[in-house]
Design a protein around this ligand. Structure first.
Ligand SMILES: [Zn+2]
Length: 386
């Protein structure tokens, strides 16, 4: 009998299931029921007002072979042993949109599969989570922040939707832009921290669009340019620099909605497997450091929900059109099937869910948690988190 070729949907389901089994084996997570009847947490209005949410996305997901599968687990000790056991873990998140990092992150932030040109510094078409959050809850500009790599992400904080209007979005900080500005004329070589956009190295984003300028560093982060540069000399990658800035923001501005986009793993496009693995290990460590920072900051401890999710996956080895770990070109099931963990305030601990959820479900979920209405989002709130 000839072997039956699996459909993309079947492959995706299998990926989710095997991820679930890895988690149950390695981190002791229990399988959650598909439908839960009401939250075990009574979350009053006051608690909702004080609630803080941090979203960490990876631009450039990693495959299970290098992460959750037995042969990859050594690369993610922190995610697996520290964070996953505290989390509600969704093993099957689908991205049905365009697999470019800026457009995919914009889709995560609007709850609509955006169709903007991935390689241009344009704002998302639909309102962002930051606009919904700030307008509905009447929050000041300082309450929503994005820390992002510089390849076009300077426009991620605010859509060009006429419904919300200019000035209703998040402030955006691009640590690499700041470092570029600060290090011009410096004798120290910061080039390893300034690498950007591993897919199209020649693409240079336009600057401008509301992001924080070097001159504001001192006022906002209480950080002098020389201290910033001195610290930059001690970090090993752009994401490590981003995490430093994010922690600084938590201390000085205490945003209630903080979005951090990491990008080191995408060095996979260079084809260097060892650098890709190193980036996974670093990302794993940085996520745990961030979670520890949450516990040690009085403004965040006990009232913060953390989401960690890749924007999408990478190609499967088996697909002739892709190059395995290196790219995400084929749009195959492996590159579209990713995962999400949520942990902290109001989230059930140590539960794994393998029903499919969508990238565009994140914003409606945040809306239901925090009390704002993402009117134009096309996703649905994830009931297991409410
Ligand atoms: Zn990529």
């Amino acid at each position: 009998m000839p072997a039956t070729r699996l459909t993309g949907e079947e492959i995706a389901r299998q990926l989710g299931r095997s991820r679930r089994d890895f988690l149950r084996g390695a981190a002791g997570l229990a399988l959650g029921s598909a439908l839960t009847s009401g939250s075990p947490f009574v979350y009053g209005q006051k608690a909702a007002r004080q609630r803080k949410v941090i979203v960490v996305t990876f631009g450039g997901g990693a495959r299970d072979q290098e992460t959750f599968a037995p042969e990859g687990q050594g690369n993610i000790p922190h995610l697996l042993q520290e964070l996953a056991p505290q989390s509600s873990f969704f093993t099957h998140m689908q991205n049905q949109g365009i697999l470019g990092h800026y457009v995919a992150t914009a889709s995560l932030a609007t709850g609509v599969y955006e169709t903007l040109n991935n390689f241009s510094a344009v704002p998302p078409e639909h309102p962002t989570v930051f606009e919904y959050f700030r307008r509905d809850l009447n929050r000041p500009l300082s309450n929503a922040w994005v820390v992002a790599p510089s390849n076009g992400f300077n426009r991620i904080g605010e859509s060009d939707s006429k419904l919300y209007g200019p000035g209703m979005g998040a402030r955006v900080i691009l640590p690499k832009h700041l470092l570029t500005a600060a290090s011009s004329g410096s004798l120290v070589d910061y080039s390893h921290l300034l690498r950007d956009n591993y897919e199209t190295p020649l693409y240079t984003p336009q600057i401008g669009g509301g992001e924080v300028e070097l001159a504001q560093l001192d006022r906002i982060l209480k950080l002098s340019v020389s201290d910033f540069m001195a610290h930059a000399r001690t970090v090993s990658s752009p994401d490590e620099l981003s995490m430093y800035i994010a922690k600084r923001l938590m201390r000085e501005e205490s945003p209630s909605l903080l979005w951090i986009t990491m990008h080191d793993i995408d060095i996979a496009h260079s084809g260097a497997y060892s650098l890709y693995l190193e980036a996974i290990q670093r990302t794993d460590r940085l996520c745990a450091e961030l979670w520890r920072a949450v516990q040690s900051e009085p403004e965040y401890a006990g009232r913060t929900t953390l989401f960690v999710l890749p924007d999408f996956g990478r190609d499967a080895d088996a697909d002739a059109g892709g190059n395995g770990f290196q790219h995400h070109r084929t749009g195959d099931a492996a590159s579209r099937t990713t995962w999400m963990m949520a942990l902290g305030a109001g989230v059930r601990e140590g539960v794994v869910y393998d029903r499919p959820v969508q990238s565009i479900d994140l914003v409606p979920t945040l809306g239901a948690m925090m009390g704002f209405s993402p009117r134009l989002s096309q996703g649905r709130p994830i009931g297991e988190l409410l």
